[in-house]
Each structure stands twice: as structure tokens, then as C-alpha cells.
Design a protein around this ligand. Sequence first.
Ligand code: 73E
Length: 838
Amino acid sequence: MTTFEQVPVFQCEFEDDRTGLSKETIKRALADNLFYIQGKVPATATPNDYYMALAYTVRDRMLQRWFKTTEVYTKKGVKVVSYLSAEFLLGPHLSNNLINLGIYDLVRQVVEESGLDFVQLREIEEEPGLGNGGLGRLAACYMDSLSTLEIPAIGYGIRYEFGIFDQEIRDGWQVEITDKWLHLGNPWEIPRLEETIEVKFGGRTEAYYDEKCRYRVRWIPDKVVKGVPYDTPISGYNVNTVNTLRLWKAEAPESFEFQAFNVGDYYGAVNRKVVSENITKVLYPNDELMKGKELRLEQQYFFVSCSLQDMIRLHLQKGESLETFHQSFAVQLNDTHPSIGVAELMRLLVDEYEIEWDQAWQITQNTFGYTNHTLLPEALEKWTLSLFKNLLPRHLQIIYEINQRFLGQVRAKYPNDSDRLARLSLIDESGEKYVRMANLASVGSHAINGVAALHTELLKRDVLGDFHELWPEKFSNKTNGVTPRRWIVVSNPLLANLITRKIGVDWISHLEDLKQLEAFIEDAEFRREWRQTKQDIKGYLATYIKENHGIEVNPESLFDVQVKRLHEYKRQHLNVLHIITLYKRIKDNPNIEITPRTFIFGGKAAPGYFMAKLIIKLINSVGDVVNNDPDVRDRLKVVFLPDYNVRFGQRVYPAADLSEQISTAGKEASGTGNMKFAMNGALTIGTLDGANIEIREEVGEENFFLFGLTTEQVYELKSKGYNPWDYYHNNPQLKQVIDLISSGFFSHGDTNLFRPLVDSLLYHDPYMLFADYQSYIDAQDQVNQAYRDQEHWTRMSILNAARMGKFSSDRAILEYCQEIWNAVPVKIELEEYIQGRA
Ligand code: 73E
């Protein structure tokens, strides 16, 4: 029995009737949780009450492991990976935890034997949409792999009250709805009120001499905010490790506001409370201009300060001195969003713990690693000096000091090179002055990595070229990966079962084992089963689309899918140009033989990104025409599925035949959807961009539909002077397609509606759709041909899945552990009485 020795007055034992795995115990736990936690009896219980009871039943079964994991980490003094991310896009917890605990079938059976509808309950869960897209989802996949690999780890982030907005489509346009994901409660989190931390903002600094006559600075803030941690257990697959995801919620401290009450400023105090609590209200949608988002810097500093203070507390609790902090924690910065951590750790060490600057700097550099996720200049974070000075006056001083010392080194190495100095400086002084967060992260970290081979090369050459010249040894590539637990086992049980029947279950935590499937490639029966599996899943998706969106799609048609955030560089509109090209062919010759296709789109546009929203409108408008034209005879269907999220991803990746990865070369840092599709047996049509390049290398060029300019060709064409107009004039097919849009054919005769989009293409085309158009159409024609030979297509599909081992997040995490974090697995052993896995 677990005994809480550290609480001598309260000697208690937790009996196994709360965590047992016999059917009777689980049934009993469901009933107990319904009654004692939800306070409901069957006569009054809603489906949500049953869902909550079920969720608590599952959470209870993680608690012993969770508790034990935390205890081992504290007692053993192991090195802990601390993943700092402004986003964790977790997706639904229930199924994932059931799979990881090995009790999915058992619990499902019990729920059904109790007369409840398991699938209905599963679908009730509100997914925590605490991220925008790939970057946030990557953090979630990495948390899963860290636990599965038994690496001591903690994720730190923000508990946004409202996550990424819900998307509705009205009259073809995107409408944003607040995501009230917490409205019915969140059974997966536990608030740890007693571990609340204070964070300071604003005010001024003051120099003084301490008792030893040393020059010091103190920060007198004008606001203090409380950070309350909410912990969520992150289970590993088939292991006892349950790591913690700790998300911070901002609250106003009572004591701080109390003074205001006393002087009679009641409303002023309430107002300040509201302002403080606003910090964690809402997730910022990306792709908006970075300018002037004071609240975003507040969010970043808030969660980073809470997290670093929390780590220092844990470190000191072990009885260690701060000189060894970097031996306790390897802190990874998920992009520049948490990069203020560099200045904050310096402030904590120097101002609060009185460590000498040079030593503090050593500790800081040894602590941090920085992952860059984008080369797009508009996404590189920078903050005006005035904003910085108002919000974080002490940090600005520290940044100046770091910069001065750093530029001193640069000057010594490259004398008389003021251009280089200006580029490397933490402060951009070319116009209005800014703090450059990528530079701060690069200077303050011992390791810098990109997220795919090409991306890392471009990073080294362009965006961080000067840093690479200075410190080549800091740079490495860590190609992204995704977790096969969520992205195959949870999302595609039919395929997972087929694979397991052939090669056993080890592939789930050793994805390289999928290679063994290649041995069955000549087995016609296996190919038939593979094909049938895909067909069945496509059938489910077709039913779902019919039931939820009223659109009839043919499950025998080729499912051509592009799901990702809407952005011009991702080129959803290039996909549309292909659809219109096919439509035009049919209109010109209604009896033409074409491979029936269903085009499926999903994705959100940043609320302030007009062009992305116009692309959504275009997709829907083209869909309206194509889907209702009798000449098409249902051979083409275009569906835009609203509110694309993790849950819908789980439905759509397994059902895809063709994965659209068509960004302009050099623009998509990695992509991770590309991996999820291929693992589930979709073939890719793609450019040589991001991780597509490595996927193609792995699966073989004969099993990949390549098109488009290379990054080098893109640069070359740009520097020669790219003129989209020439392509338009010289390609009659392209001209017809563009003219059809301009003519108002898809907009009820309105020739203005899509003009901004068409004009942007004709006169600028920054993402070179016109340059890649013909090559894309040719590749799509090859897809059509290939799909007609179902035997051959199936072989390619099997080979794609079989060769995706590299893209498991387990491989990526192992590389981070060995090459950046210096972290090793720690086995979590459970007392024998705790029931094993089902
Ligand atoms: O290519 C993806 C990459 O796969 C990249 O665009 C994305 O990160 C993924 C994971 O590595 C990404 N997101 C952001 N930057 N890069 C971003 C920027 C600002 C706010 C939120 C997210």
C-alpha cells in the first residue's frame, strides 16, 4: 500500500479499489464517480456527467503512477527535461490515455455493459485547443514520447481560458467563435494552489550598494500577478511513467489589491484584478502581425517566470545550490515565445540569488536550448524598446548588458565589421528600435536547432547565418516527428490491428519495425486487406460528412486532402487552381474520362488575415459550383470541413489517399501533417520543402509525387525578377482558370469578390503559384493514372507506411536527449500490489 510517510499525523493507505482493473472495480468506480464527484444519480445524469465519471475513472488509474513518477524524480535527483512552450495542442485525452494504459478495450466493454454508449461519451470530451497548429501539436507529441521513453520531463505552458477559436462557415466565410473549452469542467487537470508563484510587471529599477558594498539593482514593480499551476498527467505508452504538464493561470493576488480597498478605490481594485486575469484569457492566433501585442509579451513573461521560479524551487528543495541548476534541468525553448527566459533566469540568478554575472551566464547558457520553427520574416518576434521598458524594465537592462558583452566578443573576433555587429546585435537599430528575440535565444542557448534538414540548412545560411559563423558547434538538425500512439493506434485502430496481426505490437513504440511490412508486399491477400481497411475508413468519413455537413461523397473516389492552417505559403489556392482545371476539362468535354476525386479541405485562418479568409471563401465558392453542376455527375466533390482540430485530424488522416504538401519550397519549416498522412498509407503530392524531402528519401522517389521549383530555383527566379504575368500569358490552361475566377463565375457574377486574390497572383505572386502551376497539374495527372491501377497504388501505400519509422516523435526525442539535453531514461517501478496492465 502507498503510505504517505512525510505526513506523520495522517497515516493513510489508498486501497486498490480505486485503481483496480477488474471489471467489477471499474464499474463500481464509474458509479462512485458519478455519485460522489458529479453529485448525480442516473435519473438526473447528463451524458456529460457520465463522460466526467468515466474520465475520473481513467485519471484515478494514472494517479499512482503519476505520484510515483514525481516522487522518483525528486528523490533520485535525476536530470529533468523542461519543455517551455506557449502552446500545447493536446487533443482529446480519454482515448489516448486508455491506449497508453493498455485498458481501452476493457474500459469500453465495461462502459457498454453498464448500458452506456462509449462512443457517445468519448465524443463529448472538449479538446483542449491550446495551440494554433504544428508547433503546439509538436509539443504535445513530444510530451507523449518523453513519457513513453521514460525520460524525466515536465512541460510548462499557459492555461488559456479560451483556446484556438472555433470556426464556423457562414455563406462560405470563416466566422470565429470563442472556444469555451472549460465550460463543463476539465477532469484531467489538478490545480496545485499551494504551489502558486508571484510574477512582477512594470515599475522601475533602482541601483543600490549591498552590505558588502557591491553594486546591485532592485526592481520595484507596479503590478504583481499570481501564477496558479494546473497539472495534467501525461501517460507514456506501456510504461509506468506519467509526467506532468504544468499550465499556469493568472490570478490577481488578494493582498496586493487589498490596499486599494482600504483607500476606497473598490472599482479600481476590481479593474486591476480583471486586467491581471486577462493575461491567460486567450490564445493568440498566429500569422498576425507581431506588432504592438503587449498582452502577448505579458503572457510569455508570465509563464516563463512562473516556470523558472518553479524549477529553482524544485532544485533548491533537493538541497542543491544554484551553481548546478543546469545539471537539474535542461530547458528547451519551443521557438522564441519563451525566449525572455534567458533574461529572466539571469535576473533570478544575479538579482535574487546574488550569483556573479559570469557564473550566472554560464549556468544560463548551459541550461537553454532553442528550437527555431520558422524562417518567415514576419513571424520572427521582436518587441519595441518602449514596450519592453514599460513592462520589463529590469530585463531590458539585463538584455543591454548581455548584448554589450556579446558584441565585445564579436568585435574582438571580427574587428571593424560594423555591419556584422548590427546584424548580430540583440537590438535592431535600423529604424524604430526593437529587441530581437531570436538573437536573444541564440546567444543565451548552448544548442540551436531547426526542425527538418532543409530548414536547418537555411537557418544556418540565412536567418541565423551570422550566429552559425560564430558558433557552428551550437547548431544541429532535429527533424520533427509525431507520436504513432495518437496518429495510428488511437486514430486508426483498423490499420493498427492489421499491422499488429502481421508483425506483432512492438512497432507501436519502435516505429522502425514497420519495415517488416515490406515482407508482405507480394502477398495479394495482405494487399487486399490493406485496401479494404482504407476503404472502410473512407466509408466512415463519408458517413460523417453526410451526417454532419449534408454532403454526399463517393467513398470509391480518390480522397485528396489538404488540412492545415490557411496561409498563402501553404498554397491551398494552388489546389483550387487544380480543381478548376479539372472542372474546366469536364465542361469542355463532359464525357471525358477522369478519376473521380473528393477534395477535402480543413483549416483555420488567423482572424486578421484577409487573404487567407478569402481563400476559404474561394474554396467554398468553387465547391458550390462544382458540387451542383450536373455535367460533373458527382465525379468531383469539394468539401471544406469547418473547425479543423486534433479530433478531426484523427478522422481524416486515416481516410486520405492523397496528402497535399504543396508549400513553396523553402517556406514550410518541416510540416508534421505530412508525416501523419504517410504513416496511414496516403501518398504525398509535394514540393521539395521541409520534411517532405526526407519523407521522399525514406519512402522512395517512385512512391511520391514530386513537383515544383526547388528552394534554389525559387531564389534564383526571384533574383532574376519573377513575373507571374508571363506564366499567365504563356499557359492557356492557367489563363482560362484565372479568367474564370475573374469573370465572377464562382461569385454569382461579382467580379470584385476575388479580385484581391487574383491581382495578388497576377502582379506579385509572392509564393510563386504560377511558376509551379504546370508542374503541379502534371503531377496530379500522374496521380490520376496511378490511382487507376489499384494494385500498384496499394503497393505504394503499404511502402509509404512501412518506411515511416524515422518520423516517430520517439526518434526525435531520443536525438534531443542524446545531443542536446543529456537526459537519460529513469524506470518507474510500482509496488507489486498495484494492479498491472490489462
Ligand atoms: O512547418 C511548421 C512546423 O512543422 C511550422 O510552420 C510551425 O512549426 C511546426 C513544428 O515544427 C510553426 N508554427 C509557428 N512557427 N512555425 C508559430 C509562429 C508563431 C505563433 C505560433 C506558431
